[in-house]
Design a protein around this ligand. Structure first.
Ligand code: NAD
Ligand code: UDP
Length: 318
C-alpha cells in the first residue's frame, strides 16, 4: 500500500512510519515540525519507500500518485504544547482534518483519524467505552484540544455518511516510549528526565489521579490493525492497567535507581481525575491486546532516554 502519514516526524507518527515500512508499505510523511523533529525520521532518509514533505496540513494537501490510505496524526498532543498553541491545535483538528479527508476522498483511500481519550474529558463513566459521550468543558484551557478532536471525529463521520469515505478513528490513551521529547511536559517523559537528572519529580495535585499508560509499540500495532480492518467508527486503543500518578512516580524512581524526591505542584485546570479504556471493542473487532506492561515499557523507555545523554546531561530535543 502507499500511505500518507501526517505528523510523521512526531513521537507516534515516526513509529507508525517504521511499522508500515517494515512490512513493505510505501510511506509519504507530512509534517510542519511544530512539535516534531526530523531526528525522529533521520534513519528513514535513505529508505527507498519513504518520502518526507515539509507541509502544514491546515493548508490544502496535494500528494502526487495514487494513495491507498491516509493516516491523520498531525496535532500537538502534550498539554504543554496545545496550551502554548491553542489556535494551531484547533486549526489542525478542523482544517487539517478537512484537507486530509479531501485527499482520502479524491483517492478512494481508507482514512484513519488519530483521536484521543480526551474526547471523554473528565469522565463520569469508568472505564470509558466508545459509546460514552464524554464530559468536556469547552470553555476551559484543555477545550482547544478536546473540542478540536471531537470536531475532527464528527467531520470524519460526516465524510463517511455524505461522501462514502471509508473511515476509522483511533481513540488513543496516554502513550509513551522512545522519541518522546524530554521537555514535552508529559508525565512519563518528565518523570524519567527528572529522575535521571536527580531533580524532584513534580507530581501535580495529590497524585491520586489515574492514567492508563500504553507502550508505543502496542499503540502503533493497534492503530495499524485498525487501519487494516474494515471497522467504521471509533475504537479505544490503550492499555487498561490503571495507575495513580504517585504509583507512576514510584515505578520511575525504582526503574531508574534514582534518589530524587517527590514534590507536589498545583493540579492543572480540568485535569481528568481518572482514565482507563474499555478495550472490549479492540479485542473483538481487531483481536488486539496490549502486550507490554508498565514496568517493561518504562525500562525500554529509560534505556532510550539514556542514549540521549550527552556526558552527564540529558539534552533537550528541539
Ligand atoms: P507529537 O507532538 O509528538 O506529534 C505530532 C506531530 O504532528 C508533530 O510532528 C507535529 O510537528 C505535527 N503537526 C502538528 N500540527 C501540524 C500541522 N498543522 N501540519 C503538519 N504537521 C503538524 O504527538 P504524538 O504523541 O506523536 O501524537 C500523535 C497523534 O496521536 C496526535 O494526533 C495526538 O492527538 C494523538 N494522541 C497521542 C496520544 C499520546 O499519548 N501520545 C494520546 C492521544 C492521542
Ligand atoms: N502530571 C504530573 N506531573 C507532571 C506532568 C503531568 O503530575 O510533571 C500529571 C497531570 O496532571 C495528569 C497526568 O500526570 O494528571 C498525565 O499528564 P500528561 O500531561 O502526561 O497527559 P494527560 O493525560 O493530562 O493528557
Amino acid at each position: 500500500m502507499r500511505i500518507v502519514v501526517t505528523g510523521a516526524a512526531g513521537f507516534v507518527g515516526s513509529h507508525v512510519c517504521d511499522n508500515l515500512l517494515a512490512r513493505g508499505d510505501e510511506v509519504v510523511g507530512l509534517d510542519n515540525l511544530c512539535t516534531g523533529t526530523l531526528e525522529n525520521i533521520e534513519h528513514l532518509s535513505s529508505h527507498a519507500g519513504f518520502r518526507f514533505i515539509h507541509h502544514d496540513v491546515t493548508e490544502p494537501v496535494q500528494v502526487s500518485g495514487h494513495i491507498d490510505a491516509v493516516m491523520h496524526l498531525a496535532s500537538p498532543a502534550s498539554p504543554k504544547d496545545y496550551l502554548r498553541m491553542p489556535i494551531e491545535t484547533m486549526r489542525v483538528g478542523s482544517l487539517g482534518t478537512l484537507h486530509t479527508l479531501a485527499l482520502a476522498e479524491a483517492n478512494g483511500a481508507r482514512y484513519l483519524l488519530a483521536s484521543t481519550s480526551e474526547v471523554y474529558g473528565d469522565p463520569q463513566v469508568h472505564p470509558q467505552p466508545e459509546g460514552y459521550w464524554g464530559h468536556v468543558n469547552p470553555l476551559g484551557p484543555r477545550g482547544v484540544y478536546d473540542e478540536a478532536k471531537r470536531f475532527a471525529e464528527a467531520l470524519t463521520m460526516a465524510h463517511h455518511r455524505s461522501h462514502g469515505v471509508d473511515v476509522c478513528i483511533s481513540r488513543t490513551f496516554n502513550t509513551y516510549g522512545p522519541r518522546m521529547r524530554p521537555n514535552d511536559g508529559r508525565v512519563v517523559s518528565t518523570f524519567i528526565t527528572q529522575a535521571m537528572r536527580g531533580m524532584p519529580l513534580t507530581v501535580y495535585g495529590d497524585g491520586t489521579q489515574t492514567r492508563s499508560f500504553c507502550y508505543v509499540d502496542d499503540q502503533v500495532r493497534g492503530i495499524v490493525d485498525l487501519l487494516d480492518s474494515t471497522h467504521v467508527g471509533a475504537v479505544n486503543i490503550g492499555n487498561p492497567d490503571e495507575f495513580t500518578i504517585l504509583e507512576l512516580a514510584d515505578a520511575v524512581l525504582e526503574i531508574t535507581g534514582s534518589t530524587s524526591q517527590i514534590c507536589f505542584e498545583p493540579l492543572p485546570v480540568d485535569d481528568p481525575a481518572q482514565r482507563r479504556p474499555d478495550i472490549s471493542l479492540a479485542q473483538s473487532a481487531l483481536r488486539w491486546n496490549p502486550e507490554i506492561d508498565l514496568r517493561r515499557g518504562l525500562a525500554l523507555s529509560v534505556a532510550w532516554f539514556r542514549t540521549q545523554l550527552v556526558g552527564p546531561h540529558l539534552r533537550d530535543r528541539p
